[in-house]
Write a protein that binds this ligand. Sequence first.
Ligand code: WQD
Length: 339
Amino acid sequence: MKTILVTGGLGYIGSHTVVELLQNNFHVIIVDDMSNSEKFILDNIEKVAGKRPVFFPFDLKRKELLYQVFEAYEIDGCINFAAFKAVGESQEKPLDYYENNLFSLINILQEFKARNISNFIFSSSCTVYGQADQQPIDENTPLKMPESSYGKTKQMGEEILKDFATAYKKKVSLLRYFNPIGSHPTALLGELPIGVPNNLVPYVTQTASGIREKLSIWGNDYDTPDGTAVRDYVYVVDLAKAHVKALQKLMAENSDTVIDIYNLGTGKGSSVLEVVESFERANEVKVPYQICERRAGDITIAYANADKAERELGWKAETSLDEALRTTWEWQKYLESRK
Ligand code: WQD
């Protein structure tokens, strides 16, 4: 049984990926500093997967603690989710983002180098493309320097991993997520936004449930069919499955040095208004909203050409927007039932 270190494994995409790894007979070790999660998620992972991962609650910047984990377990690969990810916050606290997101990454890579371990999956983001000149976006689309420090840590992380793979003959896979949404079909796992949600779908959900009074739609004067910005909303369980496939591909590779890069999206763009309409239709609820000024730093449109992931990983996002948004509503009701 192969052992995988999953950093940030109690987070949103991390927890769903841990379930898929456990269900594919991997042994999982989670390191998570709990800055963006809660302990009950670990219990719920066990309920969903029928197995409990090993869990260490510490900050990956603590090199001495990370060393202990690598001493205690024979690790065969890593999926690195651990990172601060609030775009707006990253503009106020850039040094916190560079220190946390990059020092954590480098600490793990130092252990991989010292112990000659390969198979490293990096949680990247379509934000590395900025506002691409053409749509859909494929892996050869030129990168643009992201506006946010958060986005810059993703682009820098990719560069660090390319050099790591080349210099030390390692196998890495850079997974560029578009917009992850939804919750587990069991309603036991989902997004835990702390404070006021930055992302659209958690805000829509909290508006529908009455926690927020009204959704602010940031701009309806974009050059899109209905004037609101367009994104590629990909279901989180489909995304989690892609991580297992990317890992299995890396582990099966015989060559020393591998740098895989995949866009993970549905290949379909949906506007903000279409997301609101889909949520209302899927859940038979109303989402009151108001049109506001554009949010600084937002791009007009981004959706994926995910053909490469389909061709090389045998992966395709299967879940519709309505279905993904139905799971989000079920998760919200579960959260409210826990109070
Ligand atoms: C989507 C659309 C908003 C909230 C960011 C990061 C990306 C990834 C996902 C981490 C935009 C509009 C939003 C609201 C709105 N980060 N919106 N009202 O900005 O595409 O991507 O989050 O994994 O790396 O860049 O996602 O959900 O914030 O916004 O109108 O209250 O919804 O303007 O057009 P975004 P988002």
